[in-house]
Ligand binder design. Structure first.
Ligand code: CTP
Length: 403
């Protein structure tokens, strides 16, 4: 999944020959999971048809301050369009449009939307080489950068005039990767690696039976999604879970038993910056796994159980600069028990769920947590969906480790 997934993209098309490439650009944005609306300057319609762009973007194309349909006129609100967008991309941006943008002229819908937009604006200039080199164009680009806009540099190549040089609009793939990289660079956990455990573990009794628990894995998967949204590369070590995830920054490692989870965690721990162990690991496993299915021979049956390895404690014992977070599910003396766990396992932070709280715990889609820091500082949160709980957890981590 791209960082553009779920983003609302406003594409502004101006009257350059490169406008024909915006059909493909819209396709790439849609493929990346973005929602797209297009504004064209009136003259841009001579280069690519609104029908093409509305069909590809699945939205009507805006071009004038109002639309006339039969006897009805509908106002195209440039302020609303600007507020709707998470990102405004002006491609191709002609020398004429650059000049107007730099001077604050707004004699068409695209320019009025630019002036009222509060989101990030990316500009992909396109013009002939001498126009691109002209001092007034260079001055306009410098001014536009000083206003906080990002320029996607034009490329060198054959131009519509037949001349060869700099001024060709960046290729659509290049525009998309430029924006993706720029968004990633601005994320607080970009270049950070995070280990997250999720779900239950199954401890085999025989080839068909196991000891397990009701953990859904949802909390760990939500943590992984939030971490990726913040730009981190995530190693998600998951026990058996029906949860799914699809993000280029999330590497899912499926395991079954506590022993397998232990090995996977130790494989990645050394290289990560943060580890969050939210899995509901079985505390005990059968001392022996029967090679064949156990037959019922008598009315009762006993299983000898032995402890599994405590993964969290083992990481706490070897941690260096990693920020280590554990979970504690408690039924009584919650804060005291969780604080004791935090100290015993050498953690930087523990997330406490109390089974006394309705809607908390590992089976629900909601959770109510209290976060306890290493210095015993406590932050109590309301009951909320696990997505928001995951955001709260990362806010605490960011404040503590990267503030
Ligand atoms: N955990 C772990 N490995 C285990 C057991 C637990 O990594 N074998 C981790 C969980 O992922 C969670 C934390 O330890 O982050 C909480 O474990 P919990 O079972 O509540 O703590 P215990 O120390 O086992 O204490 P108790 O069962 O007595 O509450």
């Amino acid at each position: 999944m791209s960082v553009l997934s779920g983003k609302k993209i406003l594409l502004g098309v101006t009257a350059g020959i490169a406008a024909y490439k915006t059909a493909y650009l819209v396709r790439l944005f849609i493929k990346a999971g973005a929602e797209v609306q297009v504004i064209m300057t009136p003259a841009a319609k001579d280069f690519v048809t609104p029908l093409t762009l509305s069909t590809l973007s699945k939205n009507p194309v805006h071009s004038t301050f109002y639309d006339k349909k039969d006897d009805n006129e509908t106002w195209n609100n440039h302020v609303d369009l600007g507020l709707w967008a998470d990102l405004f991309i002006i491609a191709p941006a002609t020398a004429n449009t650059l000049s107007k943008m730099s001077d604050g002229i707004c004699d068409n819908l695209l320019l009025a939307t630019y002036l009222s937009a509060k989101c990030k604006v990316y500009i992909a200039p396109a013009m002939d080489l001498d126009m691109y080199k002209h001092p007034s164009t260079l001055k306009n680009l410098t001014t536009l950068v000083s206003y906080g806009n990002r320029i996607i540099p034009a490329e060198s190549g054959e131009l519509a005039s037949g001349l060869v040089g700099e001024g060709r609009m960046a290729e659509p793939e290049r525009i998309v990767s430029f924006i993706e990289q720029d968004l990633l660079d601005g994320l607080p956990l970009h270049h950070k690696k995070i280990l997250i455990t999720a779900g239950p573990t199954y401890e085999a009794i025989d080839p068909v039976r196991f000891i397990g628990n009701h953990s859904s894995g949802k909390m760990g998967f939500e943590l992984a999604k939030v971490a990726a949204k913040l730009g981190a590369e995530v190693y998600l070590v998951s026990g058996p879970s029906n949860e799914t995830v699809n993000h280029t920054l999330i590497h899912r490692i499926d395991v079954v038993s506590a022993e397998e989870m232990y090995s996977a965690c130790h494989q990645y721990f050394e290289t990560v910056d943060i580890a969050i162990l939210s899995a509901a690991v079985a505390d005990f496993k059968p001392s022996e796994v029967a090679a064949q299915k156990i037959k019922k021979k008598s009315a009762t049956m006993s299983l000898e159980l032995v402890p599994t390895k405590d993964i969290l404690a083992s990481l706490g014992a070897i941690k260096q600069s990693q920020f280590l977070v554990g979970f504690a599910l408690e039924t009584n003396d919650e804060v005291a028990n969780a604080t004791a766990k935090l100290e015993r396992k050498n953690l930087d932070m523990i997330v406490l769920n109390s089974l006394q709280d309705k809607g908390a715990g590992f089976k629900n889609s909601t959770n109510k947590v209290t976060i306890i820091h290493a210095d015993k500082r406590m932050v109590i949160f309301e009951l909320k969906s696990k997505t928001y709980v995951a955001e709260d957890i990362f806010n605490e981590i960011l404040n503590e480790k990267y503030a």
